[in-house]
Design a protein around this ligand. Structure first.
Ligand code: AMP
Length: 396
């Protein structure tokens, strides 16, 4: 893997695509700096070499142009403090001013460019815009794993202008190393736990993983489409009728490939989608009309936990029940704890994709799993088996 450790940046300008898409509060203060903090080692390596760091990112989803609430200038004080240098700011990411500021940089300087998405050319992957960004630097570094699945100007197209001088930053390298450990060389038994709301969001992952896994655990809202496909009655549970045949096919494929597909046998049902709903334990195949399954039942929890604890590699994506409601969070917590126990016993566990990361943090278990991916959509596409344009652009 071509990372910034492969070169000495002394005297070089590096333009780094970072992910500074952090939440800001009403006073434009950073509400959660995790993403900025994660990028610091990459920037520091460049500065320690005696190089110059030009940082570019998106923030939020501006519609038609500059908007105060999406300005990256709000990050300058925090970034200056973290890096212990006075970070300069270019109020437009391209144009005469940015070029002048970049050319006047000295070794050890840091320049932050304004939000890339103030130009519609960024998300369109416009080549001229990418070229303008490229002229600012000698070297291109991509350290934004969260946007690696997008062929935007700053994540992909810009790499064309650095045929020999493009590198992964540390976040990128780290994410890829951990995900590849699971996807390319998993120690067996390999167990995947899939939850979340819908089958539609996960079907490509299921297809890709059936060739690799020993156990595939299905939970969350998506379990009911599988249960209906097996002839069960699911009441008012979340269901995707148009995917019943797809679920049937997945069940058949799992059989043909010798994959142990685990579908819940009991569930916790509610008489409305509310934490204060009437609640009961129920056979997952016999849910009465007017009731919906919002969590997995006790027997299922025990069964799943046994499989998880005997695994050597675990990939978990998506909550197992409606974990945002305390009365339906037990299944997700139980599974999170089983993943942590398996990790204690030596398994490699990777947790990724928005809500499962929220769940693992909620139960304070982030330190007891091997790796928590921050990739979200990028990670999902990677485990679907897709080639991510931002990664290909560096590797080609
Ligand atoms: P996703 O974005 O597809 O990973 O879905 C995450 C969401 O799925 C979370 O907000 C969960 O509350 C929800 N979810 C999990 N289990 C269920 C269920 N049994 N019924 C409805 N929603 C669920």
């Amino acid at each position: 893997m071509k990372t910034i450790d492969n070169l000495n940046l002394n005297g070089l300008r590096a333009i780094i695509r970072v992910d500074f898409n952090v939440p800001l509060n009403d006073k434009f203060e950073i509400a959660d700096a995790t993403r900025i903090n994660a990028a610091i080692p990459t920037v520091k390596k460049i500065l320690n070499d005696g190089g110059m760091a030009i940082l570019m990112s998106h923030l939020g989803r501006p519609k038609t142009g500059p908007e105060e609430r999406f300005s990256l200038k709000h990050l300058v004080p925090y970034l200056s403090e973290k890096l212990d240098v006075e970070v300069k700011f270019a109020s437009d990411c391209t144009g005469e001013d940015a070029r002048k500021m970049a050319s006047e940089m000295k070794n050890g300087d840091v320049l932050l460019l304004e939000n890339l998405r103030f130009h519609k050319e960024e998300t369109k992957g416009d080549e001229d815009f990418a070229r303008d960004l490229a002229t600012l630097a000698d070297v291109y570094v991509n350290d934004a794993f969260g946007t690696a699945h997008r062929a935007h100007a700053s994540t992909t197209i810009i790499a064309r202008f650095f045929p020999e001088d493009k590198y992964f930053g540390y976040i990128m390298a780290n994410e890829l190393a951990h995900i590849n450990k699971v996807m390319k060389d998993p120690k067996k038994p390999f167990t995947v736990i899939l939850g979340g709301a819908k089958v539609s969001g996960k079907i490509e992952i299921i297809r890709n993983l059936l060739d690799k896994v020993d156990n595939l655990i299905i939970g969350g809202g998506m379990m009911f489409t599988f249960i209906k496909a097996m002839g069960g009655s699911v009441g008012n549970s979340l269901i995707e009728d148009n995917l019943i045949d797809v679920a049937k096919q997945a069940i058949q494929d799992a059989k043909d490939k010798g994959v142990n597909l685990l579908i819940p046998t009991d569930t916790i049902i509610a008489d409305k989608f509310d934490n204060d709903a009437g609640k009961a334990a129920c056979d997952a195949y016999k849910i009465p009309d007017g009731w919906m399954g919002l969590d997995i039942g006790e027997k299922t929890r025990e069964g799943f936990a046994g499989i998880i604890e005997n695994s050597k590699t675990i990939l978990w994506n998506g909550p197992i029940g409606v974990f945002e409601m305390s009365n339906f969070a037990e299944g997700t917590r139980f599974i999170a704890e089983a993943v942590a126990r398996a990790t204690d016993k030596g398994a490699f566990s990777l947790v990724g994709g928005g809500d499962s990361v929220a769940a693992i943090n909620k139960y304070n278990l982030a330190d007891r799993v091997s790796y928590v991916s921050t990739g979200g959509g990028a990670m999902l596409e990677y485990i679907e088996g897709k080639v991510l344009p931002g990664i290909k652009a560096i590797e080609d």
